[in-house]
Design a protein around this ligand. Structure first.
Ligand code: AMP
Length: 214
């Protein structure tokens, strides 16, 4: 199995690109952020533990994330490839991921990069469908009708952690805990670095040009 890890700071577009790639390549997408938000919404034991950290923009403790993730990954183990958005986010999580894969499995890091100004703009203009989770950007990917999802007519909302102070906390957590991973993890696995400037189709084209399936 190929495990394609979508790597990059908050706001870079991992969720949008992950959903498009999942459709185009017909492989499953596991988003840790979505998984945790679902648990918070359903007020599960995992959700109760995660909520406190997510509200502040801090990483949820590894054991809680791993509990939420491990059965999801196990469900997907017979696929030829999967996309993972939001994991690993620190060194311990990288080791955990390596430890659950089989020797023949391959990890590919899709490292999306862009300037901070672009990330902050994308996060502040991001809107999410409350019902189906579709992601919009008020300028680049606007809904056809104001505040209404094109796919399910659900209401579009701003995520609780897309406020300016939580955004800046999430960016600094990324720099401190997640970014350094790229040196360690990137040396051991295949690393593809892609500019995330422009619209989703531009980014997709760059990803496919890397020859990721070769
Ligand atoms: P995201 O949807 O990827 O932006 O994640 C939203 C929030 O979920 C993060 O700010 C963290 O609080 C939490 N989270 C997501 N992935 C992880 C992870 N791998 N480890 C710890 N916390 C995470």
């Amino acid at each position: 199995m190929k495990v394609i890890v979508l790597f990059g700071p908050p706001g870079i577009g991992k969720g949008t690109i992950g959903a498009l790639l999942s459709k185009r390549w017909n492989i499953p997408l596991v988003s840790i952020g979505d998984l945790l938000r679902e648990n918070v919404k359903n007020n599960t034991e995992i959700g109760k533990k995660a909520d406190f950290y997510m509200k502040k923009g801090e990483l949820v403790p590894d054991e809680v994330v791993f509990e939420a993730l491990s059965c999801k990954l196990d469900e997907q183990k017979n696929n030829k490839a999967i996309l993972v958005d939001g994991f690993p986010r620190n060194l311990n999580q990288a080791n955990l991921l390596e430890s659950i894969l089989k020797p023949e499995d391959r990890i590919i890091l899709l490292n999306l990069v862009a300037d901070d100004d672009l990330l902050i703009e994308r996060l502040s203009l991001r809107r999410i469908c409350k019902k189906c989770g579709a992601i919009y950007h008020l300028k680049n990917i606007p809904p056809k009708r104001d505040n209404i999802c094109d796919y399910c007519n659900g209401e579009l909302i701003q995520r609780d952690d897309d406020t300016p102070d939580v955004i800046s906390r999430r960016l600094s957590v990324f720099r401190r805990e997640t970014q350094p991973l790229i040196d360690y993890f990137g040396e051991k696995h295949r690393l593809l670095t892609i500019s995330a400037e422009g619209g989703p189709e531009d980014i997709l084209a760059r990803i496919e040009q890397t020859g990721i399936w070769e």
